[in-house]
Design a protein around this ligand. Structure first.
Ligand SMILES: Nc1ncnc2c1ncn2[C@@H]1O[C@H](COP(=O)(O)OP(=O)(O)OP(=O)(O)O)[C@@H](O)[C@H]1O
Length: 268
C-alpha cells in the first residue's frame, strides 16, 4: 500500500517542526528517513501513525487520508515501532506480541488459533521463539526491541513505520533485522541513524534537515560527501562496499565540524 505524505506541516508548542513535507513510499518500497538529531524524523513518523495531527497537508494510505480511518482500521493497515517505549509492562512476551492482534478482535475476545499462530510466527521471525513465557520487563533493551518488532509483525499490516528499530541491537541482530525487512517487501517507512545500514537497506532515502526534506533519491544519489558535510557536519568519503557493492560511508572520525572547512569536506 502506497504512503503519500502530501505537503505536511506539523506545529508543536507554536513552532513549525515540519514544513511542507512531500514524500511518497511506493507499494513495497523501503523508504528511509535520515537526518541529524532534531531534524523531525520522529515527528514525521508520528504523524504517519496518527499520533500527531498535521496543521496542514495530509497523510494518505493508498487513496485514503489516515485521519479519516477508525483506530482499528488504521491499526490493520499500519504497525508502528515508536521511539518512546514503555519498559515496565507487567506482561509476558506472548501477551505483548498478542497486543498486535487486537485490531482484528472484538473487545475482550480471546486469542484464536490464527492469533496464536501469528504471535508464534512473529516471535520466530525476530529470533525469540522460546521467549513467549518470559516477563517483558526483565528483558534486555535489545530483546525488548525485538519483542516490540514482533508485535508490529503480528499486526500483519500493509505498512510498517519504524523509528530507529536498530537501537539497542547488537550487530548480528541489526543485520538480521535488515534482512527480515528486505525479505518482507512491505511498504516501510523507517528512520535510521546508521547511514550505512540505511544505504544497504533502503530503496530510497529522504534527508530531513531543520524540518524540511532537503534531498530524496537512491542511497547512491543522496549520500554524497557534500551532503554529509552540509547536513550532518561530518567529513566522509563514499566508496563501494567491497562485499556487497552498496555505498559505504567511511567517516573521518578525526575531524569535527568545528575544524572542517567546506573545501576539505568536498575533497574527501
Ligand atoms: N511535543 C513537542 N513540543 C515541542 N517541540 C517538540 C515536541 N516534540 C519534538 N519537538 C521538537 O521537534 C524537533 C524535531 O524532533 P524529532 O524528535 O522529530 O527529531 P528527530 O529527527 O527524530 O531527532 P533524533 O534524531 O534526535 O531522534 C526537535 O527540535 C524537538 O525538540
Amino acid at each position: 500500500m502506497r504512503i503519500t505524505i502530501d505537503d505536511v506541516t506539523v506545529t508543536l508548542s507554536g513552532r513549525d517542526i515540519l514544513s511542507g513535507i512531500h514524500l511518497i513510499a511506493a507499494e513495497g518500497e523501503i523508504a528511509g528517513l535520515v537526518g541529524p538529531n532534531g531534524s523531525g524524523k520522529s515527528t514525521l513518523l508520528r504523524t504517519v501513525y496518527r499520533h500527531l495531527k498535521p496543521r496542514a497537508g495530509r497523510v494518505m494510505l493508498a487513496d485514503r487520508d489516515v485521519r479519516a480511518m477508525t483506530a482499528p482500521e488504521a491499526a490493520r493497515h499500519i504497525a508502528a515501532l515508536p521511539q518512546e517505549r514503555g519498559s515496565d509492562f507487567e506482561f509476558t512476551v506472548r501477551e505483548v506480541v498478542a497486543m498486535g492482534r487486537s485490531p482484528y478482535k472484538r473487545a475482550f475476545a480471546g486469542d484464536d488459533d490464527l492469533d496464536r499462530e501469528a504471535v508464534a510466527a512473529a516471535l520466530r521471525q525476530v529470533g525469540l521463539p522460546e521467549y513467549g513465557h518470559r516477563g517483558f520487563a526483565a528483558l534486555s533493551g535489545g530483546e525488548r526491541q525485538r519483542v516490540l518488532l514482533a508485535r508490529a509483525f503480528a499486526q500483519q499490516p500493509d505498512v510498517l513505520v519504524l523509528d530507529e528499530p536498530t537501537n539497542h541491537l547488537d550487530v548480528q541482530h541489526q543485520v538480521e533485522l535488515l534482512a527480515l525487512l528486505r525479505e518482507q517487501r512491505r511498504t516501510t517507512l523507517i528512520s535510521l541513524h546508521d547511514l550505512n545500514a540505511a544505504a544497504s537497506l533502503c530503496d530510497r532515502l529522504h534527508v530531513l534537515h531543520q524540518g524540511a526534506v532537503v534531498a530524496s533519491g537512491t542511497p547512491r544519489e543522496v549520500l554524497t560527501p557534500e551532503l554529509l558535510a552540509t547536513v550532518f557536519g561530518v567529513r566522509a568519503a563514499v566508496v563501494e562496499h567491497p562485499l556487497t557493492g552498496d555505498p559505504l560511508i567511511a567517516f573521518d572520525h578525526h575531524t569535527p565540524a568545528s575544524l572542517m572547512g567546506r573545501a576539505a569536506a568536498g575533497s574527501a
